[in-house]
Ligand binder design. Structure first.
Ligand code: HEM
Length: 375
């Protein structure tokens, strides 16, 4: 088995802190906050379903790549050999690339991007309590810190933007607008609604050049970490910040991903973790704080290998977009999501997935193999 070395040596003298459940301190009215966020999500999905007749995710509705790959875990030093990375191994994996809106917008509206990774065949006590589940998800976006400190601050932004949105198409853009910080602009404008018109604003770049981050922390076995997925192959790295003209191409991002995997027989990403070395600089409950890489660099713990393939198809969309759900809460207790934003995501992802499953008359379950994954 290949040995995977950290991308940067662990030079800093500070050791990773040991995980303690007491690191989490729920907000007093967290249940009410969660219920209000879930209500908004439900309203968004109801609206898209009324308009399009198909159940979609309340955010990250549009997929641009639905890829089959393999996660390769090497022999790691003890601090990094935790959870699903405890032993060397190879796991089938699915990578879903998306953009934030809860609606299937033209790609000329350029928005932040997401990457959801589902790793199969993992063992250990599951957060779901379902003994039969053997998956671990990592749900990531293309910037390293979340916009709001906690669920309450996130809800404040959501309400502010929702109050300025019209009841029609605007509503569907509310959550994704908040997820990209539109509430700050609304605040600056004194509550004017102009911002929602400009949902775009992300640079028009190739999605395969992005590095994706968990933004909020997870338990990392004995420790605590944030997670990132970063291009490793030179041909992926070459796409970082590379301009992509999607004007006049409603599905331009998807077309670019299809063309890329038609050309490249094998592409690799590094799955990396940033271990927490001290709560003062690296808080758990405030997801808006960037953990300094000068104190703890992101280090590689596994490689995601993705062969050349037809990277998106209607058949794959039915299996992954409609038949699967990705959530930070699908996985091992050893990778328990931590902090306010992570806790509120528990109910939010479950509600969105249940609603679209119901709308589409399907049941969702965690895959045990990719034997029937369409080619
Ligand atoms: C309070 C904060 C958040 C809320 C309420 C929220 C809510 C949601 C919901 C409801 C979905 C759709 C779930 C489904 O139907 O399966 C979703 C998907 C997604 N979210 Fe979040 N989210 C939040 C924060 C984040 C953060 C911090 C990240 C990453 C750093 C993230 C990345 C994603 C991605 C990539 C998807 C698409 C998953 C897929 O491909 O199925 N979200 N989010």
């Amino acid at each position: 088995m290949e040995r995977i070395y950290p991308t940067e040596p662990l030079m800093h003298s500070t050791q990773p802190i040991r995980y303690d459940p007491a690191f989490e301190v729920p907000e007093p009215d967290e249940a009410e906050t969660t219920a209000a966020i879930v209500d908004t999500l439900r309203a968004i999905s109801r609206k898209t379903f009324e308009d399009g007749g198909h159940g979609l995710r309340s955010v990250h509705a549009k997929s641009h790549g639905l890829l089959r790959g393999e996660l390769v875990v090497g022999d790691l030093p003890p601090a990094l050999a935790q959870g699903i990375f405890a032993r060397p191994g190879r796991h089938p994996a699915v990578l879903r690339l998306s953009t934030t809106p809860g609606d299937l917008l033209d790609d000329s509206v350029s928005t932040p991007r997401g990457a959801a990774l589902k790793v199969l065949g993992v063992t250990g006590p599951q957060l779901s309590g379902e003994a039969g589940d053997t998956t671990q998800d990592f749900v990531l976006v293309d910037s390293p810190a979340f916009l709001s400190a906690n669920a309450k601050a996130f809800l404040r932004g959501l309400k502010l933007v929702a109050a300025t949105a019209d009841r029609g198409p605007g509503l569907k853009k509310v959550l994704s607008a908040v997820l990209r910080g539109a509430e700050r602009v609304v605040e600056r404008l004194g509550g004017e609604s102009g911002t929602l018109k400009g949902l775009g604003g992300h640079p028009e770049t190739h999605i395969l050049g992005e590095t994706f981050y968990s933004q909020a922390p997870v338990r990392y076995g004995d420790h605590v970490a944030k997670v990132a997925l970063s291009p490793r192959s030179p041909w992926l790295r070459a796409l970082a910040g590379a301009a992509l003209d999607v004007n006049g191409k409603p599905d331009g991002l998807r077309e670019a991903v299809l063309a890329f995997f038609a050309e490249h027989p094998l592409s690799e990403w590094d799955l990396q973790v940033q271990l927490n070395t001290g709560l003062d600089d690296m808080p758990i409950e405030d997801a808006s704080v960037l953990w300094p890489v000068s104190l703890s660099p992101y280090t590689t713990v596994a490689t995601l290998a993705v062969p050349g393939q037809v990277a998106w198809s209607a058949a794959r969309s039915e299996v992954v977009d409609d038949g699967m759900a990705f959530s930070p809460w699908h996985g091992l207790e050893a990778h328990r999501p931590l902090g306010s934003i992570m806790r509120v995501r528990h109910a939010a992802y479950a509600a969105s997935a249940a609603q679209r499953a119901h709308q589409n008359g399907r049941s969702l379950c965690e895959p045990r193999s990719l034997d029937n994954f369409p080619d």
